[in-house]
Ligand binder design. Structure first.
Ligand SMILES: NC(=O)c1ccc[n+]([C@@H]2O[C@H](COP(=O)([O-])OP(=O)(O)OC[C@H]3O[C@@H](n4cnc5c(N)ncnc54)[C@H](OP(=O)(O)O)[C@@H]3O)[C@@H](O)[C@H]2O)c1
Length: 314
């Protein structure tokens, strides 16, 4: 697969323009891992990505209660080729000290079977450890060589700016902010977070870029998802999607029969972000990777913006 790697923030790390999200890998609680898809499917998806050079995987200590990290560790060990691993520290309310992060990181390294995590992210901003302590803790991990780059996730513009400044005092840069961003969630674009990150040299990693599959065209008001996603996306909301999905279909057709998923991912790339779609099997992996074979025009992005605005918020 032909694509140019891009720098992760202002670090010397280079990532593909699209990564792979591994939340559903081993996660029974939300995604129903083991029913409809299992380790063999995920293994094929992983192999497909590695073969295409898409070797940037996003996981977290909490995904599948550690199973996602363990699975990636097993796959990588067997594969032998290098990959870029991003995982996350969850600031549970019982985690109160600087040492919590180092302990959690040791657990992630063990499950991933590596000595260094390429990108270590604070999963969300609502913990009890002060920002200054957390950022210092990330800097300590970087000095110790257990992480290569530091990131945050779900941080608003104000906290992003603050943490970037705090990290800077330690000599480390804030590499990324991982946020929910898709044609069905444009808040980060509208509240100025994308512009701020561009200004600060922070890579925006777009999670749920397919709105948890709602942009694939598979789900409708008459046939909503039967898992936790059904609560998140009501039938009423799904009933407002057809005009957007029709436009996506039309644009996909104009580019030689591209899928809705590829249109959705290309839109996030067009907005300057790095999407990390979750995939459960080889077919889905092949489809998302193929999004890198073509690009939307500026005019198509503007048309999609307008159709997305017309859907309104969830
Ligand atoms: N930092 C955070 O707080 C946070 C929160 C959420 C997610 N994330 C990260 O972002 C990643 C991706 O987000 P996500 O998994 O929530 O949502 P997503 O990437 O928007 O959607 C993933 C789902 O879309 C469907 N899909 C994927 N490829 C497809 C294809 N080619 N054709 C048809 N359907 C396809 C699959 O579900 P079905 O086949 O079941 O329809 C898949 O599970 C996660 O894995 C995780 O790494 C981070």
């Amino acid at each position: 697969m032909n694509f140019s790697r891009i720098p992760l923030g202002t670090t010397s790390l280079e990532i593909p323009p699209l990564g792979i999200g591994a939340w559903s890998w081993g996660d029974k609680m939300f995604w129903g891992y083991g029913r409809g898809y299992g380790e063999a499917d995920i293994r094929e998806a992983f192999d497909t990505c590695m073969q295409a050079g898409i070797n940037f995987f996003d996981t977290a200590e909490v995904y599948g209660l550690g199973q996602s990290e363990k699975m990636i560790g097993r796959f990588l060990k067997a594969d032998g080729r290098p990959a870029l691993l991003a995982t996350k520290f969850f600031p549970f309310p019982f985690r109160l000290t600087k040492g919590s992060l180092q302990r959690a990181l040791r657990g992630s390294l063990r499950r991933l079977q590596v000595d260094t995590v390429d990108l270590y992210q604070i999963h969300q901003p609502f913990g009890l450890i002060p920002d200054k302590t957390l950022m210092q803790s990330l800097a300590d991990a970087a000095s110790a060589g257990t992480i290569r780059a530091a990131g945050v996730s779900n941080y608003n513009p104000e906290r992003t700016r603050r943490c970037a400044a705090l990290l800077k005092t330690t000599g480390l840069s804030l590499a990324s902010n991982q946020i929910s961003f898709s044609l069905l969630n444009r808040k980060p674009e509208k509240e100025g977070l994308l512009n701020l990150c561009r200004e600060l040299g922070v890579t925006v990693i777009a999670y749920s870029p397919l709105a948890m599959g709602m942009l694939s065209g598979r789900y409708t008001a008459d046939s909503p998802p039967r898992d936790f996603r059904g609560n998140r996306y009501s039938r009423e909301f799904l009933s407002r999607l057809p005009p957007l999905l029709d436009l996506m279909r039309e644009i996909g057709r104009a580019h030689g029969g591209r899928s809705l998923v590829q249109v959705a991912l290309n839109w996030t790339i067009g907005k300057g972000t790095v999407p990390i779609p979750g995939v459960k099997n080889k077919r889905q992996a092949e489809d998302v990777i193929a999004a890198l074979e073509w690009r939307l025009t500026g005019e198509e992005i503007a048309q999609l913006d307008a159709a997305s605005d017309a859907v309104g918020s969830r």
